[in-house]
Write a protein that binds this ligand. Structure first.
Ligand code: HEM
Length: 147
């Protein structure tokens, strides 16, 4: 599993307040980018119908969880829920780069390159991929069990 350097943890925590304050705008920008890919958009259309909820909490969750990147051991139940939903909707490891490539530019779109410097985006990228690795591993186990 990829880990997050202490430097990146410090950057994520320092920038989390401003980034989370813009959470809704970032979320909206992220989905606009993500749904340019019709295959990915289809996964969410179905999911929204099934759950009757906006899938927007995905992006909000990434932002919130990244902030707690140094206490991920507390996330057990939340991870189970995400894994369950992801397995239901067919999320696979190959989908994770699409979300990273939508989220990180969306952060820069909204907060600007002055705040979202290369170092800041790299730190958020590290946080994203650590979370992603936890989910990917748990989802692989769930798919193997179901098979
Ligand atoms: C680190 C990366 C990710 C995190 C933290 C994350 C988090 C979440 C969360 C919190 C939910 C809501 C679960 C619930 O029902 O309570 C969710 C649902 C979902 N996620 Fe993810 N996710 C990630 C990556 C992905 C990827 C790569 C995809 C596929 C492109 C994806 C597709 C979905 C879909 C389709 C749903 C269901 C949406 C709905 O219920 O309307 N997620 N995710």
């Amino acid at each position: 599993m990829r880990t997050v350097s202490p430097e990146a943890i410090a950057i994520v925590k320092a920038t989390a307040p401003v980034i989370e304050k813009q959470g809704l705008a970032i979320t909206t920008a992220m989905y606009a980018r993500l749904f340019e890919n019709a295959e990915i958009a289809k996964m969410f259309d179905q999911a929204a119908q099934q759950s009757g909820e906006q899938p927007r909490r995905l992006a909000a969750a990434i932002l919130a969880y990244a902030r707690n990147i140094d206490k991920l051991e507390n996330l057990g139940a939340a991870v189970e829920r995400m894994v369950h939903r992801h397995v239901e909707t067919g999320v696979k490891s190959e989908h994770y780069p699409y979300v990273a490539d939508a989220l990180l530019p969306a952060i820069r779109d909204v907060v600007g390159a002055d705040v979202a410097t290369d170092a800041v985006l790299a730190a958020w990228g590290e946080a994203y991929w650590m979370l992603a690795d936890i989910l990917i591993a748990a989802e692989a186990r769930a798919y193997a069990q179901a098979a």
